[in-house]
Design a protein around this ligand. Structure first.
Ligand SMILES: Cc1ncc(COP(=O)(O)O)c(C=O)c1O
Length: 348
């Protein structure tokens, strides 16, 4: 049976070129800062993000946590979008490990209104925690891969700076945003203090994320990374495919976006399925199966039986993600399977 895995862009496997690069990587002990391949990747990442310095970490979760910890002190309040990954899916690390209070603010399709951010900043008095950080997510995963534009970022930045707050961006998929807007990624990082991005998602690497920011910030993050167990030794084997990714894997994201669009437009024509095409801006497609009288979990199961893998996003909505390894024929196969499942359900 043909398997089409649309659960996440994290399922991508490394390319032959990446495996070859791992085999040939020059290695050293990165805790001593002696791994030349890590050093090279970090320099490349800092340059790409338009920041002074960068740090290789194990995962997106560790990247966000080390960043948040580097910007704050115990007892501070952190403003995050209510459906952000950091607030919902990073096991509450910011409160459990950082002793921080999360202040979730609902955005519009994941995008924070600067007026709401300003309202969420606590007054500077004896009763309140001090608000020191705002986190943005670009693209916004749960909202459906929504792109946050440079002007939307700048609007939040202006409010943050007016009140002395730092701004961190969870840019797990920031290259998807840059490609969708057809701009240099630095346009998206100009008005933030720190950014993280993942190598292990749409860039096809097996593991790793990077944090970028000022030299001082990265030195703090380096220490937090050590405490969080992320001080790695011959980490060049992770960095080597990362270098290939930054050199060769960004432009091809356009194909993933095209495939997502084709999938979404076909879904919009399928009876019983509803989808807001406005939300399909990058490689994530979210659609609702409520009108078919099934739960998302039941529909996902039906598709899995036909070899099409996806994930429930809520009780009635489903998420599909395009990535390297998903070709146009896979999209056709997914659409056929969805139509078959929808038709069989609407007959019942
Ligand atoms: C927006 C966003 N941030 C952070 C993460 C966490 O990355 P990791 O799974 O590498 O910890 C993810 C993972 O899906 C994500 O989608």
């Amino acid at each position: 049976m043909r398997i089409v895995d649309l659960r996440s862009d994290t399922v991508t496997l490394p390319t032959e070129e990446m495996l070859e690069a791992i085999r040939n990587a020059k290695l050293g002990d990165d805790v001593f800062r002696e791994d030349p391949t890590v050093n090279k990747l970090e320099e490349m990442a800092a340059q790409k993000m338009g920041k002074e310095s960068a740090l290789l970490v194990t995962s997106g979760t560790q990247a966000n946590l080390a960043s948040v910890l580097s910007h704050t002190k115990r007892g501070d309040q952190v403003i995050l979008e209510a459906e952000s990954h950091t607030y919902n899916f990073e096991t509450g690390g910011l409160s459990a490990i950082g002793g921080l209070l999360a202040k979730p603010v609902k955005g519009n399709m994941g995008i924070l209104d600067p007026r709401d951010v300003e309202k969420a900043i606590s007054p500077k008095d004896i009763h309140h925690p001090e608000t020191t950080l705002v986190c943005l997510e670009n693209t916004h995963n749960l909202a459906g891969g929504i792109v946050v534009s440079p002007s939307q970022i700048e609007a939040v930045w202006k409010i943050a700076k007016k009140h002395g707050l730092a701004v961190h961006m969870d840019g797990a998929r920031i290259f998807n945003a840059a490609v969708a807007l057809d701009i240099d990624v630095r346009e998206l990082t100009r008005h933030i203090d720190s950014v993280m991005f993942c190598l292990s998602k749409s860039l096809s690497c097996p593991v790793g994320s990077l944090v970028a920011g000022s030299q001082e910030f990265i030195e703090k993050a380096r220490k937090w990374r050590k405490m969080l167990g992320g001080g790695m030794r011959q980490a060049g084997i992770i960095a080597a495919p990362g270098i290939i990714a930054l050199e060769t894997m960004i432009d091809r994201l356009r194909d993933d976006h095209k495939n997502a669009r084709i999938l979404a437009e076909k879904l919009a024509k399928t009876k019983g399925i509803s989808i807001n095409l406005e939300t399909v801006q990058t490689n994530i497609v979210i659609f609702d199966v409520r009108d078919l009288g099934v739960t998302a979990a039941e529909f996902v199961q039906k598709l899995t039986e036909q070899g099409v893998k996806s994930l429930p996003r809520s009780d009635t909505s489903i998420r599909m993600v395009t990535h390297r390894g998903i070709e146009r024929e896979d999209i056709e196969h997914a659409i056929e399977s969805i139509n078959k499942a929808a038709t069989s359900l609407s007959k019942n």
